[in-house]
Design a protein around this ligand. Structure first.
Ligand SMILES: [Zn+2]
Length: 313
């Protein structure tokens, strides 16, 4: 076991604070419309993290969202992503009571993200997942209301502009998060090393050393096609400092691999009633006039732009 460093504690407080309670009404929640999702009652069904009033700075650029393909706007200026990850910077994995985080040494520009919609260089600090209690839901973002069983988030901060993650998290253009949807299918060989480590961090607060893991193995083969928009963290402090880059192509993992995610616990070893770590996603947020840009064109988009051209301006 590795002791919890102070910096990790700060991340815990800032990024993914939360206790736990699972919901039996979650499927109804995921099928509701945005107006229903924003009601306090429905929020309270998800997780105690969302039961308290939360101060949201601004509040009009929140995440996650539903990506409506025909309303997304193709931007030919969007370049391919350039990830350069050093597996040697991988340090540890820990259960923070809401998800599990694989953390990277971000004291230098060793594992970086550039390109795509980004002007600056960003450093990888951690990745984590969100997942459901069944394969029918679990992702935070959706595409044309389609739910995925899980979603990977690779969190990076702007090291050209800031010297610490803690500064970037609330700063302008501070963070860039890559989102990757997970679908159930073939076993993912790259993910398996991570899955094998999870039993050691079953309880909230447990941390183990985890090294030499290349997060690039979790990216889809096509990283040229993505949607991007301006949004927020999906856990407190919910700061609107995030450039979201959501991959069009999903990755496949097996049902058994996701079952190991679900064997983790929201609760610490001392707690009497143990609660499974499932449904650790935030409900969807209104778009509030934001534009989702895409790095690719699709038939649906072309049809949409043809419709626009027919209308008088
Ligand atoms: Zn996340």
């Amino acid at each position: 076991m590795v002791l919890l460093p102070a910096r990790v504690g700060a991340l815990a407080a800032g990024l993914c604070r939360g206790l736990a309670r699972t919901s039996h009404r979650i499927s109804a929640v995921r099928r509701c419309n945005l107006a229903a999702c924003s009601s306090k009652y429905v929020l309270s069904q998800i997780h105690p993290m969302w039961q308290q009033p939360i101060a949201v700075p601004g509040g009009h650029c929140q995440s996650p969202i539903d990506i409506v393909v025909r309303k997304s706007v193709f931007d030919s200026a969007l370049k391919p992503l350039a990830t350069d990850y050093d597996p040697e910077t991988c340090q540890q994995i820990w259960n923070n009571g809401y998800s599990f985080l694989v953390e990277y040494d971000d004291s230098a520009d060793k594992s970086t993200l550039k390109g795509g919609p980004l002007q600056d260089q960003f450093r990888l600090c951690q990745f984590h997942f969100h997942w459901g209690e069944s394969n029918a839901w679990g992702s935070e973002h959706t595409v044309d209301r389609r739910l995925f069983p899980a979603e990977l988030h690779l969190v990076h901060w702007n090291s050209d502009k800031y010297s610490l993650f803690e500064e970037a998290v609330s700063g302008d253009n501070g963070l860039a998060v890559i989102g990757v949807f997970l679908k159930v299918g073939k076993r993912h060989e790259g993910l398996q090393k991570l899955v094998d480590a999870l039993p050691a961090i079953r309880h909230k607060g447990s941390v183990v050393e985890f090294t030499r893991f290349d997060p690039a193995c979790l990216l889809p083969s096509n990283t040229e096609d993505y949607w991007t928009y301006h949004g927020s963290l999906t856990t407190p402090p919910l700061t609107e400092s995030v450039t979201w880059i959501v991959m069009k192509q999903h990755i496949e993992v097996s049902h058994d691999q996701l079952a190991v995610f679900r064997s983790l616990l929201f609760t610490s070893a001392e707690e009497e009633v143990q609660k499974s770590m499932v449904n650790n996603f935030r409900v969807q947020q209104p778009l509030c006039g934001r534009t989702v840009r895409s790095s690719f064109t699709s038939f649906l988009q072309e049809a949409a732009s043809a419709d626009v051209n027919k209308q008088p301006h």
